[in-house]
Design a protein around this ligand. Structure first.
Ligand SMILES: NC(=O)c1ccc[n+]([C@@H]2O[C@H](COP(=O)([O-])OP(=O)(O)OC[C@H]3O[C@@H](n4cnc5c(N)ncnc54)[C@H](O)[C@@H]3O)[C@@H](O)[C@H]2O)c1
Length: 250
């Protein structure tokens, strides 16, 4: 499944799932914009991919920054074929421990960031003959778990965001879908699972709950994103694809 002549913007593209997707898209022929806060990692990836990707520093929760980013994309590329909304802020706290600031930050990055990118990308997506938006949700947007109230609420919201947006954008031929990973070995995952001081034990417990008995790897998610972004998924919109080793099938 080639992505030749595609222009794709990937938020959170400097690390983890976003980084794997940047690499896969570039390998399959796309021109990629790595949109991320992390300048060091983003620039290093840009250098490594030599001309196939460019880094743009952005906070996706800032309307002014997102608007300026898509103005740059418009000037330089004139069109956008794929927006991959992926950057997120992960927080593991109970209701009692979650502050108002915590709640607002999670919603600002995870939901408002997706909204802002979709809004300012829209004029450029409309210029594509096969525009697509893919969003990263989570298995925790579908099932609950303790100590993750704000994050899980934001991830559930992303599924509804995508369904409603899919209906709104269908008349323009723009498809909107979600990939929902379960535990995937990324820097954010390792940090989160190391909080107890027993990373190996936490991973073992998690893997035992996955029917396929392994963690996800960033490339597993990237392949699903590439499929949903491509013409091979041209009749798929408004859906969420679980990439979770069977966790939510139980
Ligand atoms: N890793 C998992 O187990 C897992 C499971 C389910 C869902 N997810 C989702 O996958 C996505 C990627 O997660 P990951 O594990 O690869 O994380 P990660 O921390 O490795 O990468 C996230 C990237 O997003 C960037 N970012 C964060 N806030 C930003 C902002 N405001 N503006 C621009 N960039 C910002 C970070 O700098 C980082 O480069 C997230 O949406 C996450 O919720 C991850």
């Amino acid at each position: 499944m080639r992505l030749d002549n595609y222009t794709a913007l990937i938020t959170g593209g400097a690390s983890g799932i976003g980084e794997a997707t940047v690499r896969l898209f570039a390998e399959r022929g796309a021109q990629v914009i790595i949109a991320d806060l992390d300048e060091a990692r983003g620039k290093a990836l840009e250098t490594e991919l030599a001309g196939k990707a460019e880094f743009y520093k952005v906070d996706v929760s800032s309307a002014a920054e997102v608007e300026a980013m898509f103005a740059m994309v418009g000037q330089k590329y004139g069109v956008l074929d794929v927006l991959y909304n992926n950057a997120a802020y992960s927080l593991s706290k109970t209701l009692w421990d979650t502050t108002e600031e915590d709640w607002d930050k999670v919603m600002r990055v995870n939901l408002k960031g997706y909204f802002l990118c979709a809004k300012y990308a829209l004029p450029l997506l409309k210029k594509s003959s096969h525009g697509a938006i893919v969003c990263t949700g989570s298995e925790l947007g579908v099932v609950g778990c303790v100590e993750s109230l704000a994050y899980n609420s934001s991830k559930g919201g992303i599924i509804q965001f995508a369904k409603s947006l899919a209906l709104e954008l269908a008349p323009f031929g723009i498809r909107v879908n979600v990939v929902c990973p379960a535990g995937t070995e990324t820097p954010a995952f390792v940090k989160d699972m190391s909080r107890s001081g027993n990373y190996e034990g936490e991973v073992k417990r998690l893997v035992a709950s996955y029917p396929l008995r392994r963690l996800g790897q960033p490339i597993d998610i990237a392949r699903a994103v590439a499929f949903l972004a491509s013409e091979e998924a041209s009749f798929i919109t408004g859906t969420h694809l679980m990439v979770d080793g069977g966790y939510t099938a139980q």
